[in-house]
Design a protein around this ligand. Structure first.
Ligand code: ADP
Length: 478
């Protein structure tokens, strides 16, 4: 009860429309209970602050929960035993070049330098990683990706929710933030948020130290995404959860925040043709599978950037491709928590004892598929892909041990690289280049880190690094 008093239940403020809004007060208010929000909440709560997380959905997790949950970080103790050479500078250069030099170099430095410590911090809070070790997720460009033991993004959400709650943070579900409160339009401090509670009541929640915006991107907002890319209309699939509507970007703009890179929308070339989601696959990585079109032919270096891969898929018949792999790389349960046997039974994954039968199942010319696989296996043996230049470290597994698997995939709206402008302290910047006091942002709601194209595995690094920075700085009230 005493604690409740601390939240300063200033009852019933008369709003201008005559409607009474309930007023609560905390030190730090976090908007959005996805990856970045929960990391920020844990950071601020562990600094001894009273923290409230506001989540509009009935569950926490956001896109982070349904993502692959894999995280890029230069981590020599795990990379060196596998003979992988890497450096912070290389991660920096690849992130910068992979986004066509449109990312903010200062923010990229913070990301790549902070990623190893973020991995350690997460391990200290109970996240465990796959014993198979480091790999290169689709579009990561280098083997520095770490896969948690728990499926999809569940591990990240679990540990940071637990850490935040253990340190005293409160989480309100079904509570939609509808606006930010700023003292004076151009120079004042952001001192809280307006929200609608689960029972439809108006709330004003004041933040003594700071507000952290962590509302994610706008991949599920058809109107907003078509404004920036007219090709991504209502029929276009997306991997995003329905809460990914860009609310935070609009709310930040309403108090003067600048945005950047809004046109840069990532399509992941790995969506299920039926659902758009990245699930429904046997999860064979790029080092142990090939991509083939409906003619039974490879058409691209599978280790390429996501935008390059998606553009290549659009050039193929029906804009669709299949991953092909053999039985040795198919687990009983995938990292998405799905059983390939179930997926085969549902007709979402195809499995056959011979390549010829597999070709018949998916309707591609059997001779062409056999020739493609034979030629690829030759590349694996020689360590050189003369057709598409797939790098030697990804030519790991020949496709030769039956049964064989085929999974249909299409490009699907995945990550919006654009969003609110921040500085290296996760402070939100206004349209004159000035810090907006009291307002911080982290994760997919921000823009300017990933440039035109985010590397696979860099989004989780982003939430873990910038979520923590935002939480710590909001706690300090900087
Ligand atoms: P990130 O990866 O940047 O953390 P996520 O998609 O994982 O982004 O999480 C964003 C979270 O913010 C989601 O759970 C989403 O439902 C929530 N959210 C989005 N808009 C609002 C809003 N207006 N009020 C409260 N929560 C919001």
């Amino acid at each position: 009860m005493r604690r409740l008093g601390l939240f300063l239940l200033i009852a019933c403020l008369v709003a201008s429309a005559g409607v009474r809004a309930q007023v609560l007060e905390y030190d730090v208010v976090v908007v959005g209970g996805g990856g970045a929000g929960l990391v920020a909440a844990a950071a601020a709560a562990e600094k001894g602050q009273q923290v409230l997380v506001l989540e509009k959905m009935a569950f926490v997790g956001g896109n982070t929960l349904v993502s692959g949950g894999v995280c890029n970080a230069v981590y020599p103790p795990w990379q060196e035993p596998l003979g992988i050479e890497d450096s912070i500078e290389f991660h920096y250069q690849q992130t910068l070049a992979g986004g066509d030099y449109r990312g903010n170099p200062d923010l990229i430095r913070v990301l790549v330098e902070g990623a190893p410590a973020a991995l350690d911090r997460s391990r200290e809070r109970g996240l465990t990683f796959h014993p198979d070790g480091v790999f290169q997720v689709l579009g990561a460009l280098w083997p520095r990706t770490h896969r948690p033991m728990e499926s999809a993004g569940t591990g990240w959400i679990r540990i940071y929710l637990e850490a935040a709650k253990k340190a005293g943070a409160h989480v309100l579900l079904n509570t939609r933030v509808i606006g930010l409160l700023r003292q004076e339009p151009l120079a004042g401090r952001v001192y809280g948020v307006k929200a609608i509670s689960s029972d439809g009541k108006q709330l004003e929640i004041h933040a003594r130290k700071g507000v952290v915006l962590a509302t994610g991107g706008f991949g599920a907002n058809v109107e907003m995404r078509t404004l920036h890319n007219p090709l991504l209309g209502p029929g276009f699939p997306t991997t995003n959860q329905p809460g990914t509507m860009g609310d935070g970007i609009t709310m930040a703009q309403d108090v003067g925040a600048d945005v950047t890179g809004m046109d840069f929308i990532q399509l992941i070339p790995a969506g299920c043709p039926k659902t758009g989601a990245v699930t429904g696959t046997v999860g064979a990585g790029i080092a142990s599978s090939i991509m083939i079109n409906k003619k039974g032919e490879r058409f691209v270096n599978e280790g390429e950037r996501r935008d390059v891969l998606s553009n290549a898929v659009f050039q193929q018949p029906d804009g669709l491709y299949y991953t092909i792999n053999d039985s040795r790389v198919v687990p009983e349960v995938t990292s998405w928590g799905e059983r390939p046997t179930d997926l085969v039974a549902e007709g979402r994954v195809f499995k056959a004892g011979t390549l010829k039968e597999l070709a018949e199942l998916i309707g591609v010319p059997a001779k062409a598929l056999a020739a493609t696989v034979a030629r690829y296996n030759e590349s694996v043996r020689s360590g050189e892909d003369r057709d598409f230049g797939k790098p030697a470290h990804l030519l790991k597994a020949a496709i030769e041990e039956p049964p064989f698997y085929a999974v249909p995939r299409v490009p699907s709206v995945h990550h919006t690289m654009g969003g609110v402008v921040i500085n290296r302290h996760a402070q939100v910047i206004d349209r004159r280049g000035q810090v907006i006091p009291g307002l911080y942002a982290a994760g997919e709601v921000t823009g300017g880190i990933h440039g035109t194209n985010r590397l696979g595995g860099n989004a989780i690094a982003d939430i873990a690094v910038f979520g923590w920075i935002a939480g710590e700085n909001a706690a300090a009230g900087n």
